[in-house]
Structures are given as structure tokens and as C-alpha cells.
Design a protein around this ligand. Structure first.
Ligand SMILES: Cc1cc2nc3c(=O)[nH]c(=O)nc-3n(C[C@H](O)[C@H](O)[C@H](O)COP(=O)(O)OP(=O)(O)OC[C@H]3O[C@@H](n4cnc5c(N)ncnc54)[C@H](O)[C@@H]3O)c2cc1C
Length: 258
């Protein structure tokens, strides 16, 4: 299988750097082919702007989504965007690895999605009608591929528990796992989270990599998170609210889980 590891940490001697190297070796050892997009090492341009559509008419106002649509359709996107899209199409699985920074991914990784997920590639795909609202949330160009997050945090596991002060980890990761990965069709397997990284030592690192290794071995067999398909009959279209008989009484993120 082909695996794309998109990695966002500025220091290769960090804990994240060690976990990245472990991941690559484990996957290659199992016979998989791995490409790493090491965003800091690539000096990845994080901000989406007019330079991403180099052939656009500069006399007209820049429109982030419409210029993206035109550049994608006409094959005139910035070269770094097109290269990352090729890697996504090549991959059978995508792993995103990052330290949690301010309750989300580092800006450089968010900028990777802002730019690589072009209109026509990751969104704005498919027919809109009474029974379908585009190919998204379970359908789309990434259908049939898997995705997994590998995240490190300073906070303790209890801080991210259901009644923890930081909010539940599943809720914090929902916008990434549901809004960014499931949206264009990835099957998202449960995240691998390393909490309380300041307490890492050699013994714990050995335990952590043993667990991560098993999760990587199960990347293709693990049961994906059971997000509901947008066009699967459970949502009103075009309101895109859950039908009254689906998960009655449930609201918020968990209502969108089977
Ligand atoms: C801007 C910013 C925002 C942040 N926001 C949040 C937040 O919202 N929520 C939150 O919980 N945390 C937050 N943090 C903390 C952050 O998530 C952690 O600092 C990060 O996850 C640690 O990962 P690292 O790779 O940088 O670890 P490092 O600092 O490189 O290492 C952590 C520990 O692991 C040890 N270590 C490294 N490699 C190995 C190895 N191979 N074997 C054994 N031990 C090793 C190191 O010696 C160190 O003790 C934030 C940090 C920053 C800078």
C-alpha cells in the first residue's frame, strides 16, 4: 500500500521527529511505500493567496475559491499545490502527524489543507439535487482511502477526558477528522494521541512506539470512526440536518456518529 505522511514539526530531533522516523520504518518494514511531506523542511507556503493561481487576471479581485476552481480546472495551479494533490491521489492512506498547538494543528498544516484542498478537488464536487448535496461527508475524491491522526499534547489524558477542562479529545479533533478528512471521503480510523509529552522517557517511549506500531499494523483493518454519510438518507437535503427519527434527542458532534 502507498502511505502519505504529512508531518508538521519544526525540529527533527523532537519527539515528533522520532515518532515520524519510527512510523516510516514500521510501514516500510511491513512492505508499504511511504512518502513524507515534511512541511517545515519543504518550507511549505502556508498562506493561500493570489500567487496560488498564477495565471489569474490581476486586474480582477482575487477570490479564494473561484480562483482555486479555475486554476485547478485549467491545470494552472501553483506547482507545489499540484504536487501535493498528486501525492494524495497516489496514497491509499494518509497519516497526519503534528503536535497539538492551541487545540488544533500547527498553522503550516492548516495552510496545507487551505491550499491543497482546491475547489473541484476536495470540495465543490458532484451534483446538488433533492437527494444528494455534492460528493462530501463519506463521498468524494478520497473515497476508499484511509486516514489517521498521530497527535502529541502537553496536556494530560484526564484534561481531555469527557469532563476534562480542555474538552474531550474526540470533540477537539472533530473538525479535522470529520470536517477535513471525512468531508472528501476518507475513512478515518481512531487517532493515536500521545498525552503529557513532558513526561516522556525511554521506557515510556518504548511503550508508546509499541502501541503506535500496532496501530500502524492495523491501519487497513481497524474499524473507521462511524460518521454518518451525508447522502445516505439520514439527513434532510438541502437543510443537512439529521432527520427527526435519527438519533432523537442527540445534538452536537456525537449526533453525527453511528
Ligand atoms: C504554540 C504551542 C501551542 C500549544 N498548544 C497546546 C495545546 O493546545 N494543548 C496541549 O495539550 N499542548 C499544547 N502545546 C504543547 C505541545 O503540544 C507539546 O509541546 C508537543 O506536543 C510536544 O511534542 P514535541 O515533539 O515538540 O516534543 P519534544 O518537546 O521534542 O519532546 C517532549 C519530551 O519527549 C522527550 N523525547 C523526545 N524524543 C524522545 C525519544 N526518542 N525517546 C524518549 N524521549 C524523547 C524529550 O526529551 C522531552 O522530554 C503547545 C505548544 C506550543 C509550542
Amino acid at each position: 500500500m502507498n502511505v502519505l505522511l504529512v508531518y508538521a514539526h519544526p525540529e527533527s530531533t523532537s519527539l515528533n521527529g522520532s515518532l515520524r522516523d519510527f512510523t516510516v520504518q514500521r510501514l516500510q518494514g511491513a512492505g508499504h511505500t511511504v512518502q513524507v511531506s515534511d512541511l517545515y523542511a519543504m518550507n511549505w507556503k502556508a498562506v493561500l493567496d493570489a500567487d496560488d493561481a498564477p495565471q489569474r487576471d490581476p486586474s480582477q479581485p482575487f477570490h479564494a475559491s473561484l480562483d482555486s476552481k479555475r486554476a485547478y480546472a485549467e491545470g494552472t495551479q501553483a506547482a507545489d499545490i499540484a504536487r501535493e494533490q498528486e501525492k494524495l491521489l497516489w496514497a491509499d492512506a494518509l497519516i497526519l502527524q503534528f503536535p497539538m498547538w492551541w487545540f488544533s494543528m500547527p498553522a503550516i498544516l492548516k495552510g496545507w489543507f487551505d491550499r491543497v484542498y482546491a475547489y473541484g478537488f476536495a470540495y465543490g464536487v458532484g451534483e446538488h439535487s433533492d437527494s444528494r448535496w455534492g460528493e462530501r461527508y463519506g463521498e468524494g475524491k478520497m473515497k476508499g482511502k484511509r486516514a489517521m491522526l498521530v497527535v502529541t499534547t502537553g496536556g494530560w489524558e484526564s484534561h481531555y477526558s469527557p469532563r476534562g477542562i480542555n474538552g474531550p479529545m474526540d470533540d477537539l479533533l472533530f473538525p479535522i477528522q470529520h470536517g477535513i478528512l471525512y468531508y472528501p471521503g476518507f475513512d478515518v480510523v481512531p487517532p493515536f494521541v500521545v498525552y503529557r509529552t513532558s513526561r516522556m522517557d525511554e521506557a515510556r517511549y518504548a511503550e508508546t512506539t509499541a502501541e503506535l506500531g500496532l496501530r500502524l499494523d492495523e491501519l487497513w483493518s481497524a474499524r473507521p470512526i462511524g460518521f454518518r454519510q451525508q447522502n445516505g438518507g439520514e439527513y434532510e437535503i438541502p437543510a443537512l440536518t439529521l432527520k427527526d427519527e435519527i438519533a432523537p434527542g442527540l445534538e452536537g458532534f456525537s449526533a453525527h456518529l453511528r
